[in-house]
Design a protein around this ligand. Structure first.
Ligand code: OAD
Length: 250
């Protein structure tokens, strides 16, 4: 089957915890990260939820409070600014809502969102709830315990097919603030096309996927400089496009 064409005016932003670090939200695997000295299986897994839902709710309610107090930073805003001229799809592993609050419109949460809740039952519909902690014994209309709509260890990642379709057709991909340690999320990047422009911005990455250029540094410093260059390059190429009416003549 023929591959879908690459759209040079389409950008995929693939983000992880590091893009929100400078907003005051902890990453997972950095020295002072959420998983430092903690076994995530004990507080953020399907098994933990079955054994001790109160403990899991406590962990995610705390994270929701932290996220609600945080503000989007220069990297989130730079991603949003790309929408002025590009089609932008944000594919994030993050469960915070800082991309939303920066104004990005097309956001896919691979690991769910702290701001949504659903009943603890297969097929239960997630609803937006905002930063309201979930109480133990709080149920949906069918009597199922409410839980955050986040992916726990042992559960399936969300929106894989949709994300792959976007990655396959993007002319530019920027990966920001992820260690690329967690699969299947990290594996989605293997679907990026050979001829697309591919950049990683992070302090540290274990293994750089094929064809990606690593730009080591802070998201708030590097992402805006990349997006400014991309915005300028598209504006220039549009000006140079033959047959385009000159606004000065109209
Ligand atoms: P990690 O904590 O694994 O990685 C964060 C990455 O961000 C690291 O590579 C850091 O070097 C980088 N970083 C930290 N501060 C930065 C900054 N200011 N600017 C740029 N980069 C910075 O977080 P994720 O890769 O997002 O899943 O973790 C992936 C998944 O693992 C999460 O979604 C979560 C976790 O377990 C679930 O909970 C299902």
């Amino acid at each position: 089957m023929a591959k879908p064409p690459i759209d040079p005016e389409k950008v995929v932003v693939f983000s992880g915890a590091g893009i929100s670090a400078e907003s005051g939200i902890s990453t997972y695997r950095d020295a002072n990260g959420l998983w430092a000295g903690v076994n995530p299986n004990a507080i953020a897994s399907k098994t933990a939820w079955e054994k001790n839902p109160q403990k899991v709710l406590e962990f995610f309610n705390e994270r929701m409070k932290t996220a609600a107090l945080a503000e989007p930073n220069a990297a989130h805003h730079a991603v949003k600014d790309l929408e002025d001229v590009y089609e932008v799809v944000v594919i994030t592993q993050n469960v915070d809502d800082l991309h939303e609050r920066a104004g990005s419109k097309n956001i896919i949460h691979l690991h769910g969102s702290l701001m949504e809740a659903r009943g603890d039952s297969k097929g239960s519909q997630a609803v937006y709830r905002g930063a309201i902690p979930i109480r133990y014994d709080e149920t949906d209309d069918f009597g199922n315990q409410l839980r955050p709509n986040v992916v726990l260890f042992g559960e399936d990642m969300m929106h894989a097919d949709e994300s792959i379709d976007h990655i396959k057709t993007a002319g530019k991909i920027i990966v920001v603030g992820t260690s690329l340690n967690v699969y299947p999320a990290a594996g989605l990047l293997k679907k990026a096309r050979y001829h697309s422009e591919k950049i990683i911005v992070s302090l540290e990455v274990d293994k750089i996927p094929f064809g990606f250029q690593m730009m080591r540094g802070k998201a708030t410093e590097i992402v805006p400089s990349i997006t400014r260059a991309w915005l300028a390059s598209l504006a220039e190429s549009e000006q140079a496009a033959p047959g385009k009416p000159d606004p000065a003549e109209s």
